[in-house]
Write a protein that binds this ligand. Structure first.
Ligand SMILES: C[S@@+](CC[C@H](N)C(=O)[O-])C[C@H]1O[C@@H](n2cnc3c(N)ncnc32)[C@H](O)[C@@H]1O
Length: 247
């Protein structure tokens, strides 16, 4: 049982920061949340998550397209529980700060925040982990060329915990949800797809061909039913305190 499973969610007003596939939104509704604001800047994600949510929970969830850096439609101190499940790995350092600052504004005094995400891949290594690292290195390089930012950033749990403390949260628990993160071939293939799509946007044909062939070669090293382990996944639970604590 994770620390999150031990929380009493019944009757709480929740905010899921970054809807994605809607797993956390569904979990919060299933655990009895009074209302879940499920927020993403991606309409497709919101539509899919809405479709997947069991009908009996639909009245408890509001899917909202918005930028988490500015949640103007929410008053100060209105949310009991904020979750950011696998959000920060798709957000740049400046935006991580701006998003958590805004989430702090809408959190009630004594509200809880749960941040679940990846530690850097170096936090758990086997002799096969470098394959995963190399694939993500290419994904980030291509994404940087086409979008001016990396696709994925791995923040250590200590970085996120320190940021939360700086913003006036008291850390209650930091634990590992996964002491080794499994990367199945199917999941790695999804990342190859991202690389393929981003490569299509590159004007330099040689560069496009080179990056794509490197990524394909890397994935060919993975056996069909192989799972490669690299990195860990942490869960931080923190409580909003009215006064800033010294770090
Ligand atoms: C990896 S998904 C999160 C997975 C999801 N929490 C779950 O439990 O299934 C990340 C989500 O955050 C959204 N996102 C990233 N940056 C954002 C921002 N600045 N404002 C709003 N949504 C953002 C993405 O569009 C995506 O929906």
């Amino acid at each position: 049982m994770s620390a999150m499973d031990r929380l009493n969610i019944k009757g709480l007003i929740c905010l899921e920061a970054g809807t994605g596939a809607g797993h956390m939104t569904c979990y919060l509704a299933r655990r009895g949340a009074k209302l879940v604001y499920s927020i993403s800047n991606n309409q497709e994600h919101l539509d899919c998550a809405r479709k997947e949510l069991p009908k009996k929970h639909i009245k408890n969830v509001r899917f909202i397209k918005a930028d988490l850096r500015r949640l103007d439609f929410l008053e100060d101190e209105t949310i009991d529980l904020i979750t950011a499940h696998m959000l920060v790995n798709v957000v740049t350092p400046v935006d991580v700060f701006l998003i958590f600052k805004e989430l702090t504004r809408v959190a009630k005094n004594n509200a809880l925040i749960v941040v679940n995400d990846y530690n850097p891949l170096s936090s758990y290594q086997t002799e096969r982990s470098h394959i995963v690292e190399e694939l993500f290195r290419i994904e980030n390089a291509v994404y940087y060329l086409t979008n001016g930012k990396p696709a994925l950033v791995w923040y250590p749990s200590e970085y996120i915990a320190d940021l939360l403390k700086l913003l006036g949260w008291r850390i209650e628990t930091i634990e590992l949800m996964y002491d080794k993160t499994p990367w199945e071939k199917e999941l790695l293939e999804e990342h190859l797809e991202v690389i393929e799509n981003e490569c299509k946007k590159l004007r330099n044909e040689n560069l496009r061909r080179e990056m794509l062939s490197q990524a394909t070669e890397i994935l060919n090293q993975v056996d069909e039913d192989e799972t490669i382990y690299a990195g860990t996944i942490y869960s931080i639970i923190a409580r909003r305190t009215r006064y800033k604590e010294t770090m």
